[in-house]
Design a protein around this ligand. Structure first.
Ligand code: NI
Length: 177
């Protein structure tokens, strides 16, 4: 297990358009495993390769639906298990017209959060870590995390998409990715 260093703005690697992954060999498998370990250690709900200074199109996301507040409030709902996603060369192929505002943070932008408008529902086409094609429909917070991570592969940081950025209060918890 290796924890990788997470780079922060204004590191120029975060601003590059990342390269497509074509080699799914041993080095790439090691990168994915280390990214998962690094995300869990941070802790974060997502991590894109450029955040660990690797300009390749791969993101890891780990999220349980009940991290979402609305579900948490319903005590009768059993805890949803966390689900791990590894998306290689992801592409958003469908997005809802409906947009939704939410508060985001980013492991590469320390000590800030911001309010960002995102598509409520998206469909993502990607390869898994072994190069097999997969398609995922996501909505709500999961859709938000996917959009945030896929932005990282284009060199886009959430702060590019909003003017409303602030230092969170101590009791203000925001999932980071
Ligand atoms: Ni981020």
């Amino acid at each position: 297990m290796a924890i990788l260093d997470i780079i922060s703005v204004p590191d120029p690697i975060l601003r590059r358009k990342a390269r497509k992954v074509t080699d799914f060999g041993k080095d790439f498998q090691m990168l994915v495993t280390n990214m998962i370990d690094t995300m869990r250690d941070a802790p974060g709900v997502g991590l894109a390769a450029p955040q660990v200074a690797v300009s390749q199109r791969v993101v890891v996301i780990e999220y349980a639906e009940d991290d979402e507040e609305e579900v948490e409030e319903n005590a009768d709902t059993p805890a949803a298990p966390k689900k791990l996603y590894v998306l290689v060369n992801p592409e958003i192929i469908e997005k809802s017209e409906e947009m939704v505002l939410g508060i985001e943070g980013c492991l590469s932008v320390p000590d800030l959060v911001g309010e960002v408008d995102r598509h409520e529902r998206i469909t993502v086409k990607a390869l898994n870590r072994h190069g097999q094609p997969t398609k995922i429909k996501a909505e709500g917070w999961l859709a938000r995390i996917f959009q945030h991570e896929i932005d990282h592969l284009e060199g886009i940081i959430y702060t590019d998409r909003t003017d409303k950025v602030w230092k969170p209060r101590d009791d203000e918890e925001t999932p980071l990715d």
